[in-house]
Write a protein that binds this ligand. Structure first.
Ligand SMILES: [Zn+2]
Length: 309
């Protein structure tokens, strides 16, 4: 049964494409112009600003800062994976890192401890204050033409869980590209959405498209659309990787959608999975496992590292 083919084509301003989901009155299309899935209509940045400046970590993600601290032993594995990849590709002496949407600052803190010169840009007051408490320098605000103009050149730009939230991801990446030295790296991490395991998880739980959260996520990427966006902006893709395919829990009968406690329990299991490999000296096996999952479009997030020629 091909449900998608029966869905209408919807157009709004420069955006046009077939509808792939409709959740809480919001349409999501696979946009022919943008090359990825996004909500319609697209809100403008001014509408979003208060949500990210003051409310995001108190209303949308009330336990995020507490959990992020509790998770840091595990999260450091993924942070180190990315930093070691940057270091290998950049060679000696190129260690200037900009983290756009640096959140509570743990990634930059890990980088700083490895000898990187680091700077974060972060709109949330609470998150920026947390990062500063770790000894990390942060510009408080959105990354836009105005804040970008005041910055020096960097060898790597990192954007984790940012592009799904912004009205114009291409414009943001173009601005970041202009701050990169030649041969510099960009690393984007976004949820891997409409993935085969999500589709299977939806079928086995009847949960609907739980990953479509139109008030917070405007854009829905996968490996192909995230890589294509970077290529369209002149980057050469160097690496794709991911994290544990959380949807596998749904397929095994643990329906964590709408159940925060079970979600947290499943999250603890995947942490144990990663930490068990680390404790056994199998770090490279874990890395190879996640790169192989990414190659077949699976894993909870799509992480793409690309080079500015
Ligand atoms: Zn579009």
């Amino acid at each position: 049964m091909n449900v998608v083919a029966a869905e209408p084509i919807i157009a709004w301003q420069k955006h046009e494409g077939r509808r792939v989901a409709r959740v809480k009155g919001h349409d999501v299309i696979l946009c022919e112009n943008c090359g990825f899935r996004h909500v319609l209509p697209v809100p403008d940045e001014a509408q979003l600003e208060p949500a990210y400046r003051d409310l995001y970590y108190s209303e949308a993600k009330p336990s995020f800062l507490a959990h992020a601290g509790e998770d840091q032993d595990w999260a450091a594995l993924g942070q180190t994976d990315r930093l070691e990849s940057f270091e290998k590709q950049l060679g000696q002496g190129r260690r200037r890192l900009l983290d756009i949407g640096s959140g509570p600052g743990f990634f930059l803190h890990t980088a700083q401890a490895r000898g990187w010169e680091v700077l974060g840009v972060e709109p949330s007051r609470q998150a920026a204050a947390h990062a500063r408490s770790l000894g990390v320098e942060v510009v408080e605000g959105f990354f836009n033409a105005e804040t970008a103009a005041g910055l020096c050149e960097f060898d790597a730009v990192h954007m984790n869980n940012v592009l799904e939230h912004v009205p114009d991801p291409a414009a943001l990446i173009a601005l970041a590209r202009d701050r990169l030295s030649p041969g510099g790296l960009i690393c984007i991490g976004v949820p891997n959405d409409f993935s085969p395991f999500q589709i299977a998880g939806r079928a086995s739980t009847g949960a609907g498209e739980w990953w479509v959260v139109p008030h917070h996520h405007l854009n829905y990427f996968d490996f192909a659309t995230a890589a294509a966006l970077l290529e369209r902006l002149g980057f050469r893709v160097a690496e794709r990787t991911t994290s544990f395919p959380m949807e596998a829990f749904l397929m095994m009968g643990e329906d964590y959608t709408g159940d925060g406690e079970l979600g947290r329990a499943c999250h603890k299991k995947r942490k144990r999975f990663d930490l068990a490999l680390e404790a056994t000296g199998l770090r490279e096996t874990r890395r190879a496992f996640y790169r192989a999952l990414a190659d077949v479009g699976l894993g909870r997030e799509a992480v793409v590292i690309a080079v500015k020629p």
